[in-house]
Design a protein around this ligand. Structure first.
Ligand code: ADP
Ligand code: AMP
Length: 218
């Protein structure tokens, strides 16, 4: 099964994708994570992407579609994929069609996380992750069970993204509204879009997504 999690920054895509990885053995392909790794490793792609990401703007379609194609080539044919943060433009949506077709894959679901934009600034500015395993946390909504210790790997170092500040968040939301939301009709025309209330509790969002995925099992 191949699915897209769609929603503005802070909607909960990464949170829900990592739950699907654990519960269903799917693979999460997050272009944001891959680009951050490239920036950290100072690869040619990372060097090109760094300033664009810091400004909250979109990296070029060619770069992100290239890294998605390469990532898919590293996966077994039967591995289910969750696209998180990709596609983000109409050109990327068309590239994804070609990338999937070339590899004999089909797109089963586009799950849109429906959220209230005003709440997203709080979600994003309170977000932090474990520096070792990447588990996601939030200052108000999901603190580690033991203060200062990751629930998952028991690491003690946490980090915050440089682009998770209010000013950049506003740019990222504007980019979402202008370039990403308009791709929904492409998938609506195929009858594969489901909407989930992304403002609900994390566990309720997880359950709603599970119900959608299970409804299509034969
Ligand atoms: P995205 O990947 O869409 O940018 P994240 O999954 O990183 O968003 O979520 C952003 C922040 O909001 C994280 O700190 C996460 O812990 C928190 N969060 C995610 N889903 C919910 C939810 N349903 N309710 C409250 N907080 C949430
Ligand atoms: P994310 O982790 O999804 O919030 O992405 C962080 C940043 O990486 C974005 O603000 C963009 O600068 C860049 N980025 C991630 N995915 C894409 C994409 N599909 N297209 C263009 N830019 C992207």
């Amino acid at each position: 099964m191949n699915i897209i999690l769609l929603g503005p920054p802070g909607a909960g895509k990464g949170t829900q994708a990592s739950r699907l990885v654990e519960s269903r053995g799917m693979v999460q392909l997050s272009t944001g994570d891959m680009l951050r790794a490239a920036v950290k490793a100072q690869t040619p792609i990372g060097l090109k992407a760094k300033a664009v990401m810091e400004a909250g703007e979109l990296v070029s379609d060619e770069i992100v579609s290239g890294i998605i194609g390469e990532a898919l080539d590293g996966l077994g044919a039967g591995t289910g994929v969750i696209f998180d943060g990709y596609p983000r433009t109409e050109a990327q949506a068309h590239s994804l069609d070609a990338i999937l077709a070339d590899r004999g894959r089909t797109l089963d679901h586009v799950i849109e996380l429906d959220v209230d934009e005003d709440a997203l600034v709080e979600r994003i500015t309170g977000r932090f992750t474990c520096a070792s395993c990447g588990e996601g946390y939030h200052d108000s909504f999901k603190q580690p069970k033991v203060e200062g210790e990751c629930d998952k790997c028991h690491g003690h170092e946490f980090k915050r993204r440089p682009d998770d500040n209010e000013e950049t968040v506003r740019t990222r939301m504007a980019e979402y509204r202008a370039k990403t939301a308009p791709i929904l009709p492409i998938y609506e025309a195929r009858g594969i879009v489901s909407r989930v209330d992304g403002m609900a509790d994390m566990d309720d969002v997880t359950a709603a997504i599970a119900a959608i995925l299970d409804s299509s099992k034969s």
